[in-house]
Design a protein around this ligand. Structure first.
Ligand SMILES: CC(C)(COP(=O)(O)OP(=O)(O)OC[C@H]1O[C@@H](n2cnc3c(N)ncnc32)[C@H](O)[C@@H]1OP(=O)(O)O)[C@@H](O)C(=O)NCCC(=O)NCCS
Length: 161
């Protein structure tokens, strides 16, 4: 029912639909907004080139693309994660299960010691999710991220083993 898979072209339409939802895009640093088919195809292609630094997974729920999660390795023991879920599936515990699985993969298969996440101020759902998954708040960072000409304060969360 809930699957983590490699990205493929069958996910393109779902990515374009979900990443054009402003309620989702406003919390994300990576994807452009608006999000085009070309953006999706480029991302899918980049995921197929295994570089050892980026591990990205498509989330499928009831056989439909429902979101994405990634790990970006900073070095050989730590990574930053980012994720999003289709708004129609929010608050069902789906990302709690997905992030738990990805953290297990990071610690057990990739042998990492630390996973962190930068959460924009006021993103209560993401903060709550991280706390539920065993992450701890490591502090408040002023103007740590930029989108275009706007700067954002974030909270840094991490899980360490
Ligand atoms: C963050 C996100 C992935 C969470 O996915 P999800 O599957 O809905 O998360 P879960 O259901 O597993 O857990 C969310 C928790 O936040 C809580 N929550 C959601 N909105 C909330 C709010 N406004 N105030 C307080 N708690 C809130 C839920 O109740 C739930 O906690 P609970 O299980 O204790 O009730 C989803 O909201 C999303 O895609 N947001 C937009 C993109 C984004 O913010 N990405 C993260 C960038 S750091």
């Amino acid at each position: 029912m809930l699957k983590l898979t490699e990205y493929s072209e069958r996910h393109k339409d779902g990515m374009v639909r979900i990443l054009n939802n402003e309620n989702i895009a406003k919390w994300l640093i990576g994807p452009p907004f608006p999000y085009s088919e070309e953006d999706a195809l480029q991302y899918i292609k980049s995921c197929s080139k295994k570089n050892g630094t980026d591990h990205s997974f498509a989330v499928e729920y009831e056989d439909e693309f429902a979101g994405g999660i990634s790990l970006h390795l900073k070095n050989d023991f730590s990574a930053v994660t980012g994720y999003y879920l289709d708004e129609k599936h929010w608050n069902k515990g789906i990302m709690t299960e997905i992030l738990t699985r990805v953290a297990d993969y990071a610690f057990n298969a990739l042998n990492l010691k630390r996973i962190s996440a930068y959460v924009f101020e006021d993103n209560i759902a993401s903060e709550r999710l991280l706390i539920k998954c065993g992450f701890e708040n490591e502090g408040y960072l002023r103007k740590s991220h930029r989108k275009g000409d706007k700067y954002f304060n974030t909270k840094l969360f991490s899980k360490v083993i």
